[in-house]
Design a protein around this ligand. Sequence first.
Ligand SMILES: Nc1ncnc2c1ncn2[C@@H]1O[C@H](COP(=O)(O)OP(=O)(O)OP(=O)(O)O)[C@@H](O)[C@H]1O
Ligand SMILES: [Mg+2]
Length: 260
Amino acid sequence: MTVLELDGVSVDYGRVRVLDRISLSVRPGEVVGVVGESGSGKTTLARTVLRAAAASEGQVRVAGQDVNRLRGRALRAWRRSGAVQYVFQDPLRSLDPGAPVVDSIVEGLRIARIPAVDAERRRSAALEAVGLDEDLITRLPSGLSGGQRQRAAIARALVVEPRLLVLDEPVSALDAASRDRVVQALIALRDRRGSDLAMLVISHDIGSLAAMSDRLVVLNRGHIVEDGLTRRVVAQPQHPYTRRLIESVPIIPTLSANRP
Ligand SMILES: Nc1ncnc2c1ncn2[C@@H]1O[C@H](COP(=O)(O)OP(=O)(O)OP(=O)(O)O)[C@@H](O)[C@H]1O
Ligand SMILES: [Mg+2]
């Protein structure tokens, strides 16, 4: 059973084809990195998975459900279920600037009417997973560093216990030190969750993606030109475009990032 399966998916904006017959699958617990240059279609891919963009052909299945067919009430119910959670490049898009960070983190628990005991457990599990201290989250978002904010945004996504976390350029806006902390948090999350949580991580930076992804998918002008285990893609890139991406950055894949 796959968590996510795209089968021949195309997305068109007017007469422009932005994704062209994309096929891709993510298994439970797997971390799949999607890399490509600006304009290659990465965010469109994420929006399609979230059903924020509609595929003009092909199937998008999330946990077996063909989300591209959902309309009206069924679509709203699916969104409310929280099966897929999204983390933006800019964490301020998911944190209320006028409220303590903890309020934003637990919002999904309130919406889903999770009973207090369970809510407390999920809240502390999410905070621990991203390495955020209790005293930090009583502050407003403006009182946190960029990396702390991004980890708070990830905690907010985790409390609803999604099957799939989609992260769109989660570290691109951060300074080097914050970036490392967030990458480490995502690696720890993957290693701890086992097969519970799958992640689709999008970045133009193959270096940080290689550190956390089990598999790498390379997107070039709306086409997947490469899809394989991180170790294999980095050591033996099959496509010239992948080779160029790799040559442009230093890559240090961690051993644990390359589970079979
Ligand atoms: N709503 C839209 N209407 C028309 N064209 C769009 C729309 N959204 C994206 N595009 C176009 O689709 C292409 C892919 O965009 P997308 O945002 O998916 O790229 P990306 O890989 O996420 O780029 P970046 O790394 O800059 O975020 C681009 O040419 C973009 O201009
Ligand atoms: Mg983008």
